[in-house]
Design a protein around this ligand. Structure first.
Ligand SMILES: [Zn+2]
Length: 292
């Protein structure tokens, strides 16, 4: 699943290619992809893209006072096309969920555009056509962006104060902090040398400072690595940059201990016992409510 760094890199990539260009056609292909009814995405046709913004893990393509907001979810992706097939996209064939085609530029040549695709059978990729991004419920309830200048250590400490949730779940909660998901929360906790099961409100001042630094540094480094990469290369770059997430059974790059995993009903987390839990493996209780 793309998280803040990948979505930020996609934003960068799209801002370069879309800003100032005219939308020729927006074609929702998958039945479930479009979550709004009015305005229709066709209202974007003929308009000029004025900017591309990120809200947490949401991408927001603005064309004046209209916004096409995209949430790629777990299995969604964006594929850039220098030229878009002229045959109309048909539903039910493959992973194509929505296609946006640009008008031919004044320099001539093909207009290009992108496809939103989604693998698998659980369709969660969501597109909203709205007049204000805050009309998208997932955007309206987002917490602060952890890379924003205003996101100071004191702001972060305030979010943790009194929290009875486990730190792993809290970092992933989009209404607390925008943009961190399962992979980067594992990476951040590993960098901070904290157990994923620690209660957020019980961290010491020193632990809060360490976690704040780990949060900012891990995300900034991942954004830097991803920036400038083509959309197609982002997934493999994300995987390469991860130190514990998705690496069960591999050696920890810091201490050499074996990376372990705790499984839940619909996800799993990875951690290093030596770096994070005083050498003791966490019980694998297979209870998803632990993280809720
Ligand atoms: Zn380690």
């Amino acid at each position: 699943m793309p998280e803040l760094p990948e979505v930020e890199a996609l934003r960068d990539f799209l801002a370069d290619r879309l800003t100032g260009r005219t939308v020729e056609r927006v074609t929702p292909v998958a039945v479930s992809v479009l979550k709004t009814y009015e305005p229709q995405p066709s209202a974007l046709e003929g308009r000029t893209v004025t900017g591309v913004v990120r809200h947490g893990k949401f991408l927001d393509l603005a064309a004046g006072d209209l916004h096409l907001v995209v949430h790629l979810a777990r299995a969604g992706w964006l594929r850039w096309r220098d030229s878009v097939p002229s045959a109309p996209a048909r539903p039910g064939k493959g992973p194509l969920a929505l296609r946006l085609t640009l008008a031919t530029s004044e320099q001539g040549g093909d207009g290009g555009g992108f496809d939103l695709t989604e693998a698998g059978t659980r369709k969660r990729l969501a597109v909203y056509c709205v007049r204000d991004p805050s009309e998208v419920p997932g955007v309206a309830r987002l917490g602060p962006d952890p890379l924003a200048d205003e996101f100071t250590r004191e702001v972060f400490a305030g979010l943790l104060r009194g929290e009875r949730h486990r730190i792993k779940g809290l970092l992933r909660d989009q209404s607390v902090i925008a943009g961190v998901g399962n992979a980067y929360s594992d990476e951040i906790l590993h960098a901070a040398r904290l157990s994923p099961f620690k209660i957020a409100g019980e961290l010491s001042e020193e632990e809060v400072s360490g976690l704040y630094e780990a949060l900012r540094t891990t995300l900034r480094d991942a954004v830097e690595r991803s920036r400038g990469l083509a959309a197609g290369a982002l997934k493999s770059e994300k995987k390469t940059g991860l130190r514990v997430h998705g690496r069960t059974g591999e050696p920890c790059p810091v201490c050499g201990d074996t990376v372990r995993e705790v499984s839940f009903s619909d996800s799993s987390l990875q951690y290093c016992p030596t770096c994070q839990t005083g050498g003791k493996p966490l019980a694998d209780r297979r209870m998803s409510r632990l993280l809720k």
